[in-house]
Ligand binder design. Structure first.
Ligand SMILES: Cc1cc2nc3c(=O)[nH]c(=O)nc-3n(C[C@H](O)[C@H](O)[C@H](O)COP(=O)(O)OP(=O)(O)OC[C@H]3O[C@@H](n4cnc5c(N)ncnc54)[C@H](O)[C@@H]3O)c2cc1C
Length: 380
């Protein structure tokens, strides 16, 4: 089936080729090692910076590559086609967009070039042991103290947490003001008394990604650490930026679905049982026909989302639909594909097994899928 996404062009094809070559040489050979050490090598970030893939869709005046969302989507697709879940560019790019869209001019000029080059690795710390979906319940506080703030509290499940040099921390600056009392603080972690990274958490999948607990014990930040320079805007900033995060989870999810289908077609053509290739059995063909249909629907949908992002009209509902529907489909499809691998599908040396454990969290992070349905239902 010949299909070219409506947003694709020859310049983007060349960019895709370059990213694919980078992933083949700098990512794929190291995946096993990263899973064992629970994080990527720090040098990968510098290499990614040199390659221009970290902030592909951030303007050149701030050190980015000056591309569009299509460029950044290609980066996520190529990592997805390679089955990589360790290189936390997703979170890094999300933080860059918080700064680009919500930061002051000084914050943009200071941080975006460092994030683009990989000199700084970024993380965003919303979730706490006592509050994930219900972000209004966070307890980490930022209390005004002279010409700055003191941050106290702890965060959990923070992607890029082990390597992060810059953490956007969701805090309460006014605990009595509800959502209007939330502020996002830019915390530089190097030489930062009171800041501590906890252990890298043991996950069932995505083992090469450094997901950590972070602790803030009287961490002092200057007054201009408040994202956008104004207290109390944090909740609005989160709500404004979450569609970007949810769309890229959809982009990565479709790439995973397409990869699972390709791997399973290849395997079922080779594997024989009862004197024939698995793919010659009607059940196999029907399952794969269904998956190919669903993959095509998902591709069409995400391409519409990418076009909406490019044209600046992506909204919260559509991004929530993409996040929930594609991640649900991703988990279902990978499970069906794994079944067709038989016992080999349960062996981690087979990519489909790795994909199975890596995929599960897609339905939980970035806002649990139930929360996505809550958001969508508000538009009914
Ligand atoms: C690998 C990984 C990486 C992560 N990375 C980050 C990160 O970088 N930064 C960060 O801040 N957080 C991160 N998270 C945290 C993630 O965003 C939260 O786990 C998620 O938002 C859910 O919050 P929770 O775990 O507290 O679950 P809870 O809020 O306790 O919810 C548990 C379950 O209850 C159900 N539920 C909750 N609320 C509702 C509702 N209103 N209606 C119906 N059902 C509901 C859902 O099924 C939900 O899954 C990460 C998590 C993981 C596992």
């Amino acid at each position: 089936m010949n299909y070219t996404p409506p947003w694709m062009c020859s310049e983007l094809e060349s960019f895709r080729d370059a990213i694919r070559r980078f992933v083949e040489s700098e990512v794929t050979p190291h995946q096993e090692h990263w899973r064992k050490q629970q994080h990527v090598d720090r040098s990968l970030w510098n290499k990614g910076g040199e390659m221009g893939m970290l902030l592909a869709d951030i303007p050149e005046e701030y050190g980015g590559s000056g591309g569009s969302f299509a460029h950044q989507a290609i980066v996520f697709e190529e990592l997805g086609y390679a089955g990589d879940m360790a290189f936390g560019i997703h979170v890094h790019a999300i933080v860059a967009h918080y700064i680009l869209n919500q930061g002051t001019e000084e914050q943009k000029k200071k941080y975006l070039p460092l994030l683009a080059s990989g000199e700084m690795v970024a993380a965003i710390a919303m979730s706490e042991p006592g509050a994930g979906s219900d972000l209004k319940g966070i307890r980490t506080s930022a209390v005004r103290d002279g010409d700055g703030y003191r941050i106290n509290g702890s965060k959990i499940f923070i992607s890029n947490g082990y390597l992060a040099d810059l953490v956007v921390v969701v805090t309460k600056t006014d605990p009595d003001a509800g959502s209007k009392g939330v502020s996002l603080m830019l915390v530089e972690t190097k030489n930062c008394p009171g800041y501590r990274v906890g252990r890298i958490l043991e996950k069932i999948g995505q083992k090469g990604q450094d997901t950590c607990e972070l602790f803030f014990d009287d961490v002092r930040v200057p007054a201009d650490a408040v994202l956008g320079g104004l207290e109390g805007k944090g909740f609005y900033q989160l709500m404004t930026e979450l569609p970007y995060e949810r769309t890229i989870l959809g982009v990565a999810g479709v790439a995973a679905i397409e990869r699972a289908l390709r791997l399973t077609i290849e395997y079922t053509k080779e594997r024989k049982a009862f004197g024939q290739a698995l793919i010659e059995m009607q059940n196999t063909r029907f399952v794969l026909a269904e998956i190919k249909t669903e993959a095509t629907i998902a591709r069409t949908f995400i391409d519409r989302c990418i076009v909406d992002m490019l044209e600046g009209r992506m909204d919260t509902e559509l991004a929530s639909m993409a996040k929930y529907w594609i991640s649900d489909l991703q988990c279902k499809v990978i499970d069906q594909c794994l079944q067709l691998f038989g016992g080999y599908g349960y062996m981690l040396e087979y990519p489909i097994a790795q994909m199975y454990v890596d995929a599960r969290v897609q339905r939980i992070y970035g806002g649990a899928n139930e929360i996505m349905k809550e958001i969508i239902s508000r538009s009914l």
